[in-house]
Design a protein around this ligand. Structure first.
Ligand code: MN
Length: 473
């Protein structure tokens, strides 16, 4: 197994293999005699976590920390000893993924809440801590069959509530969809099986339609000499489950079947789009330009849903090869692009471009109590969101139920403070108006106007609440 890790690592970073081997021997030595529920030696778990991360081209420090990630919790080794042996960067990463000590809390619940808060807020300190946690959770979910049924359900629920949203927010879709499917499998085994079967049938029935499209598009792009690659994808089981739950049926889920078309340049993305529309009839309202308007987690692609053979709906996703990496790995793609400085670039991008980041820091600042913190995180960041547009066309992410006031404060404090009313899709509305997905919002302000006390109960975001309160005085 260690060979598997070494082989993966040597594909992209050969300098520090000795350090990784040292971390492995250290972890193996201290976990000696410990076993997982499956009966295998404990070391296989940290090693598997490191392998998941090596597939994402993680840096040496992250891989060492992954190998050592359970050392502080499950053995007598101290942080100081880790520091002596591996330096402070690795010791800090391991400390970051380690649970807070039991004795500091009055109850198990308080300890759990504090630990969840610690994981979520570690993003601000070093996003690699969260990424190691995601890989750790992924391996634990992959090996959940050895746990008791109650634990299986408990872990699956926590995965859906905490880890799936985190993966979504940093754009790590590959991890996200695997975590979703594994969770559903343990929470609702019957439903899972049923949808798995449906999915298999869809794949069999649509094969002809998709083969025809791949053939035609391939041929067209070759004639135009556009360098490309095409992949076929069916929506994941959890994704289909969610759609069916919210009232869709199989024939009107517009992205059940997708063709991912990767090309070399942005201008070829648009040319490809034109070529596809000339062959297959598009549904107008299903066209999305996420290249010039990236999603709030930096996902970029063109989406267009077209009619394939037999009136079958097929979503085509057109993007460059680089964008496709981001579509699978999100923020961690910088490990591929920029191995050496990736950690700093990741932290900087997160701060400047990922919308959930600022809200997270705000919530962390406002809510001292761990329970309140988690409740706000769940309702503001981890549940259903709406996406609305500024007059310039930028996409703004807000929790469901947000008002014009929340929108204004999200953009800028001054805009919120001086808000008098707004135009939503060119219609005049008052500040309390609740926004809906895809609304176009233009705030109308008056510099002499001030926030009102009644606003406090109307808003749902932590920032708006705090800013109204401080500006009332
Ligand atoms: Mn672990």
């Amino acid at each position: 197994m260690l060979e598997e890790l070494i082989k993966l690592v040597s594909l992209y970073d050969i300098d520090d293999i000795d350090k990784i081997k040292k971390a492995y021997s250290f972890a193996e030595h201290y976990h000696e005699g410990q076993f997982r529920e499956s009966g295998e030696a404990y070391i296989n778990h940290p090693l598997s976590v490191a392998i998941i991360l090596a597939e994402m081209h993680a840096d040496t420090e992250t891989l060492c920390a992954a190998l050592l990630h359970d050392i502080l919790e499950d053995t007598n080794v101290t942080k100081e000893e880790l520091e002596e042996n591996f330096g402070s960067e690795i010791a800090n990463l391991v400390d970051g993924v380690t649970k807070l000590a039991k004795m500091n809390f009055s109850s198990k619940e308080e300890q759990n809440l504090a630990n969840t808060r610690k994981i979520i807020t570690s993003i601000a300190e070093d996003v690699r801590i969260v990424i190691i946690k995601l890989a750790d959770r992924l391996h634990n979910m992959r090996t959940l069959q050895y746990k008791k049924p109650f634990k299986q359900k408990e872990n699956s629920l926590e995965t859906l509530e905490i880890f799936v949203p985190i993966a979504y927010h940093i754009g790590a879709y590959r991890i996200k969809s695997e975590l979703e499917d594994l969770s559903l499998h343990y929470l609702y085994p019957e439903k899972y099986k049923e949808i798995e079967e449906i999915k298999n049938n869809i794949e069999i029935n649509s094969k002809h339609c998709l083969d025809e499209m791949v053939y035609t598009i391939n041929d067209t792009l070759e004639k135009e000499r556009i360098m490309h690659e095409i992949k076929v994808r069916t929506k994941n089981i959890y994704g289909i489950y969610k759609r069916l739950e919210s009232g869709y049926n199989l024939s009107n889920i517009h992205d059940l079947l997708s063709l991912k078309i990767m090309v070399d340049t942005i201008s070829n993305c648009y040319q490809t789009l034109g070529l596809i529309h000339s062959k297959y009839k598009p549904i107008n309202e299903r066209f999305k330009d996420y290249i010039y308007n990236p999603k709030t987690n930096m996902y970029r692609s063109l989406h267009t849903t077209v009619f394939g053979e037999d009136e079958r709906l097929v979503q085509t996703q057109i993007r460059t090869f680089d964008m496709d990496k981001i579509a699978s790995f999100g923020l961690t793609t910088y490990w591929y692009i920029n191995n050496k400085d990736a950690r700093f670039i990741m932290q900087k991008e997160l701060k400047e471009k990922y919308q959930f980041y600022k809200s997270l820091l705000e919530i962390n600042k406002v809510f001292g109590d761990n329970k309140e913190f988690l409740r706000q995180i769940k309702s503001e960041l981890f549940t259903d969101k709406i996406y609305v547009y500024t007059p310039k066309g930028d996409i703004i992410e807000l929790p469901k139920g947000s008002t014009v006031i929340d929108f204004a404060y999200k953009i800028h404090t001054h805009l919120g403070n001086t808000l008098i009313n707004a135009l939503v899709n060119d219609k005049l509305v008052n500040p309390f108006h609740k926004l809906e997905n895809k609304d176009r919002v233009k705030v109308i302000t008056n510099d002499l106007s001030k926030p009102k006390e009644e606003w406090i109960d109307a808003v749902v975001t932590a920032k708006a609440k705090r800013k109204i309160k401080t500006n009332l005085q």
